[in-house]
Design a protein around this ligand. Structure first.
Ligand SMILES: NC(=O)c1ccc[n+]([C@@H]2O[C@H](COP(=O)([O-])OP(=O)(O)OC[C@H]3O[C@@H](n4cnc5c(N)ncnc54)[C@H](O)[C@@H]3O)[C@@H](O)[C@H]2O)c1
Length: 714
């Protein structure tokens, strides 16, 4: 009896291996698993009259995959050791598929990554038909490749083209879709039926071999020497590069593994896969991505920034003030999570228009087969459009999303607070006004908080929660519970101008517009941002944000600071924005003209006037400097935010920067970027950038001290 896998032989000589790792909620490919599986295979190889093997799990999932605790620690120094352990896992799975009896995977729940790789080493795959079960190889989303034979086996099984979305995009599918795609062979309606089907298959398939071990097996679509495939192949690396901008090595490594491995025998193919896997796993990008997208995201979804000792709260009815772009989106996200919504605007028509937005999104989901019509109708019925504040009675949360005007926000807050539950919380979706100031209008400032959603709300996963000076812990806990209830990712910040995300992205925009002012070419500015991994360039994002709105925020901020006796420091973008608006009447995308021209039909293109009027292209600096200015300026601002207590959690800073403002995922986030660069090297480079481009790159003393002590941000 091995420790992690139960071994049970029935009267038909079929052995059922049930994976059930002690003390773990899911089975993972750790040392205990490897030892137990080795013991099981030793025993299976010695069985006299083995008629079949069925592998299943006693957990709610089949198998969770590789152990990310081990993977995140892999560095180039341990590459050989890592390669040896990968080779051992492959050898183990190879022994399994070469057993002299049929081996069937009985997939009782999610089989992802290493879990599905075990399934691929089986001769047959039966899954319980649960639409919530996920099957696939998501390694690429963590900067890795399926290193347990997954690339080699899936490309041989499906052919290069059909395997591509699963390997290069990490596509995950439910059992029904997995059956259609050829990832599994059979569906079962229950655990009993699954086991019965698995055993029946063993009985009628004695002597079966894996397709790739069968003489004369032809890979679907052929190997790369097949002329049809050979013609398409040269285009793929360029398409990938276009997507990854060279920042993500995993898709390229997967493609190379797939192409190279199809041209050699299986054992050599596994060696090729092992080498590419080792180089990815011991490299920096997978470490960054595992930290961010697994550990830190998990930490956040467990409520790491939630005050302790406060009972979990479920929001029942949310009032939303303002049914414009943001309000309509918040209504949709709340209703799809089963929360009743009162959507209030100044007129019934405006409120109904906000509700119509949900109707449109729901209809799209129904037409794509992602939701039933009944479910869509039920969601829509949860939204009550109104112009009457009395309808807010009974709301335990009200979120205001009216125009960005302090007096208007104060008025709607007071109007809502009279109606809503006294124990409820009042939130503002402001993007620039300090929460403490807005809370002055509230009769219950302890219950007042900021809930900063991002546009478009239905797609953007992040919500920045902002605590004002008087916000209570209970209010924060309830707000955080609500954000998780609507299946979004909360980060928690303290009040400050621009909070965390707006403040950090502000430095990015300022840097790009500043470069334009320096005379750098507009195309290079946009290209440098893209090459660094940003989804959108600074000139394009300014057009989206709207130059007039950017100026309004600047003027409002300056006025507010003046009242406090302070002055808003001048920034390099001010003059550019003013000239664009006042001299050239180019307000941005909405106006059809900004840094780009937006023709009625066709693609946007950079405004040629930038050359004539701003001297764009008259100066050049090293391209690397441009890329790093974008990355450094934001990382440095994030450190300042931490020093000032605006943000306290490193996980929140990293995830907030990736999910809220498009900081490149390959970096692992705005603070992990500094860790990975190496603190000493980062400080040196920041000083170099200061000498060349100005004081905004001066590293804060907290960072310099940390670097001197050889510490990292952990
Ligand atoms: N647009 C963004 O990308 C974005 C992102 C984050 C936060 N925000 C913030 O969200 C808020 C709303 O932005 P938006 O883009 O949705 O604006 P919007 O102009 O699309 O919508 C504002 C809505 O508020 C309504 N309104 C005005 N007075 C009202 C009142 N007294 N009672 C009820 N409704 C009233 C208007 O009729 C309008 O429908 C602003 O504070 C903005 O700063 C916007």
């Amino acid at each position: 009896m091995s420790e992690a896998i139960r071994y049970e032989k029935d009267s038909d000589n079929i052995v059922v291996l049930t994976m059930d790792m002690p003390g773990q909620s899911a089975n993972t490919m750790n040392e205990k698993y490897k030892v137990s599986m080795d013991e099981c295979i030793d025993r299976l190889e010695q069985e006299e009259a083995l008629a079949g093997v069925v592998i299943t799990s006693a957990k709610s999932t089949f198998f969770a995959g590789g152990d990310l605790n081990d993977l995140v620690k892999a560095t180039p120094e341990v590459a050989q050791e890592f390669m040896d352990s990968v080779t051992a896992i492959k050898a183990q799975l190879r022994r399994l598929e070469l057993l002299k009896a049929p081996v069937v995977a009985a997939i009782n729940g999610a089989a992802l990554g290493g879990g599905y790789e075990i399934c691929l080493a089986c001769n047959h795959r039966v899954a319980i038909n649960n639409p919530k079960t996920k099957i696939g190889l998501p390694e690429v989303t963590l900067g890795l490749l399926p290193g347990g034979g997954g690339v080699v086996r899936l490309t041989r099984l499906l052919g290069l083209e059909a395997a591509a979305p699963f390997l290069l995009e990490g596509k995950q599918v439910n059992p029904e879709k997995a059956l259609q795609a050829g990832l599994i062979h059979e569906l079962a309606e229950s655990a009993e039926e699954m086991l019965a089907k698995a055993k029946a298959w063993c009985k009628s398939n004695a002597g079966v071999m894996q397709p790739w071990d069968t003489r004369g097996y032809k890979v679907p679509g052929g190997t790369p020497s097949n002329p049809a495939l050979a013609m398409k192949l040269p285009m793929i690396p360029a398409m990938l590069k276009n997507k990854t901008k060279g920042c993500y090595p995993a898709p390229e490594a997967i493609l190379s593994t797939a192409v190279e491995s199809l041209q050699v025998d299986v054992d050599t193919a596994f060696k090729i896969e092992g080498r590419y896997f080792t180089s990815l796993a011991t490299g920096p990008i997978s470490t960054n991505m595992i930290k961010a997208f697994f550990f830190q995201l998990q930490q956040i979804s467990k409520g790491s920034s939630r005050p302790k000792g406060i009972d979990q709260y479920t929001t029942k009815q949310v009032g939303i003030l303002g049914a414009g772009m943001m309000g309509a989106g918040i209504a949709y996200s709340s209703a799809t999570s089963g929360i009743s919504v009162v959507l209030k605007d100044i007129s019934e028509e405006a409120a109904a228009k906000g509700k119509a937005y949900s109707e449109k999104l729901l209809a799209k989901r129904v037409s794509r087969g992602q939701m039933s019509q009944e479910k869509a109708d039920a969601v829509l019925a949860l939204i009550k459009p109104t112009a009457n504040a009395e309808d807010l009675q009974g709301c335990d949360l009200v979120i205001e999303a009216v125009f960005e005007k302090q007096e208007l926000k104060a008025a709607v807050t007071q109007e809502a607070e009279v109606q809503m539950l006294a124990s409820g919380i009042m939130a503002s979706n402001t993007s620039s006004l300090p929460i403490t100031g807005l809370a002055h209008a509230s009769c219950r400032p302890a219950n007042f908080i900021g809930l900063h959603f991002f546009s478009p709300v239905d797609k953007m996963p992040l919500v920045e929660i902002i605590c004002g000076k008087e916000t209570s812990d209970e209010t924060l806990a309830k707000a955080l519970d609500y954000v998780l209830q609507i299946r979004k990712t909360p980060i928690v910040v303290n009040d400050s101008r621009g909070f965390f995300t707006t403040r950090v992205i502000g430095t990015f925009v300022n840097e790009g517009l500043g470069m334009l002012g320096e005379g750098l070419s507009a195309a290079s500015i946009e290209m440098a941002a893209a090459k660094a991994g940003f989804p959108i360039g600074t000139l394009a994002i300014s057009d989206e944000l709207n130059l007039q709105t950017m100026r309004n925020i600047r003027l409002a901020t300056a006025a507010a600071l003046k009242e406090e006796g302070k002055a808003l420091p001048k920034s390099a973008s001010d003059d550019i924005i003013d000239r664009m608006l006042d001299q050239y009447d180019r307000g941005g995308k909405l106006a059809g003209k900004g840094f780009y021209d937006y023709p009625q039909s066709g693609k946007k293109s950079l405004w040629p006037g930038l050359i004539e009027h701003f001297g764009a292209g008259s100066k050049e600096i090293p391209f690397k400097d441009m890329e790093e200015r974008f990355l450094f300026v934001q990382a440095l601002e994030a450190v300042r935010c931490m020093d000032e207590g605006v943000i306290e959690s490193i996980a929140d800073a990293n995830i907030g920067s990736i999910m809220g403002i498009g900081f490149p995922p390959w970096t692992g986030g705005v603070i992990q970027f500094i860790n990975q660069y190496g603190l000493r090297q980062f400080v040196e480079r920041a000083q170099d950038l200061t000498n060349k481009y100005g004081d905004r790159f001066t590293p804060p003393s907290s960072l310099v001290e940390k670097a001197e002590k050889n510490e990292t941000y952990d």
